[in-house]
Design a protein around this ligand. Structure first.
Ligand SMILES: Nc1ncnc2c1ncn2[C@@H]1O[C@H](COP(=O)(O)OP(=O)(O)OP(=O)(O)O)[C@@H](O)[C@H]1O
Length: 309
């Protein structure tokens, strides 16, 4: 990993009502990395980002941004961070240019028009600079949030669920944009609950569930783990047990013995399915239907938690 620009150590968060949303999180992010935090709703992704950005106070732990302590040296740390929140937080009656320039000034930077122009051009918003926010489409409004977050030239950009609720075309635009920002040297941390999105964008992926960071891995290594698929065979006659002699396949019975399930690695060239079907035919095990599916994120969490138990 390149030199860390962000170091999170032992961070936990218990909210006022007593709910613990984060348990002892350790995480280092390298300069120039694209890091995806992958987890289902309520996993603690927004809480973690909000703590790093100084919006929520951690119950324990420390955060360093380029060597600045985010709690004791808040201003210096915060200046290095841009945050694109999930929800729209702009004045609808303001123009695009005024909104973005205002954000830059909030961080004590002068209204450097060449930089702002470049940001707006990169986000295809330059032609709309004099439009009021309320006149923009949903996709454009999202891009204004990114422009606002980039306005003060941060080194680390946080994108909280950048593509939740957007259409496929806009999602692809967003992915392209993230890669472009990285080429300029910005470190990017995004949260998502889409495996495909983490796969498309990130160099490394952290998997979070129920407030625990279950693992952090290079994308390729994790995708191999996440690349599991299931083949379900609906049997004509229910079985009491997996037939003998089929040990080389990982088989389970489901649905009261009426479904024979084979879990295989979709990234392996040889999945063994043709041979399995031949073996079943030889044993006169007939099926009425067959269906393959990807493991769901939930299945993957169960697997990962199981592996670590
Ligand atoms: N201010 C708060 N007070 C009490 N509980 C909270 C507060 N904010 C969040 N939580 C709880 O903490 C847990 C984690 O929430 P968080 O928003 O961090 O999850 P998330 O992974 O970002 O989810 P999503 O994908 O839905 O945005 C949830 O159970 C949530 O209800």
């Amino acid at each position: 990993m390149p030199d860390p620009i962000l170091a999170v150590a032992g961070v936990s968060k218990t909210y006022k009502g007593g709910f613990t949303a984060l348990h002892d999180v350790d995480l280092e992010i390298g300069k120039g990395e694209i890091f995806a935090l992958l987890g289902p709703n309520g996993a603690g992704k927004t809480t973690l980002i909000s703590i790093i950005c100084g919006i929520v106070t951690p119950s324990t732990g420390t955060i360093q941004v380029a060597g600045h302590d985010a709690l004791t040296d808040y201003k210096a740390a915060r200046r290095l961070i841009g945050l694109v929140p999930q929800e729209l937080s702009v004045d609808m009656f303001e123009t695009v240019l005024a909104t973005v320039t205002f954000s830059r000034r909030l961080f004590g930077r002068s209204g450097h028009s060449a930089y702002i122009e470049q940001v707006l051009r990169d986000l295809s918003l330059w032609d709309k600079r004099d439009a009021k926010i309320m006149e923009l489409s949903g996709g454009m409004k999202r891009r204004v949030l990114i422009a606002k977050a980039l306005a003060h030239e941060p080194e680390v950009l946080f994108l909280d669920e950048p593509t939740a609720g957007v259409d496929v075309a806009l999602r692809r635009d967003m992915w392209k944009l993230v890669h472009k920002l990285r080429e300029r040297g910005t470190t990017i941390i995004l949260t998502t609950h889409y495996i495909e999105e983490a796969e498309e964008m990130a160099d490394r992926i952290g998997v979070i569930n129920q407030g625990k960071l279950l693992l952090v891995e290079e994308k390729a290594a994790l995708m191999k783990k996440l690349g599991k698929r299931e083949l379900d065979l609906a049997l004509v006659e229910p079985l009491d047990a997996v037939p003998e002699g089929l040990e080389r396949w990982q088989l389970n019975l489901a649905n009261d013995g009426r479904t024979l399930r084979y879990v295989f690695d979709a990234t392996e060239e040889q999945n063994g399915i043709p041979a399995l079907l031949r073996e079943l035919a030889e044993r006169h095990i007939a099926f009425t239907d067959l269906e393959t599916s990807k493991s769901s994120l939930e299945d993957i969490f169960v697997d990962l938690v199981g592996e670590r138990a």
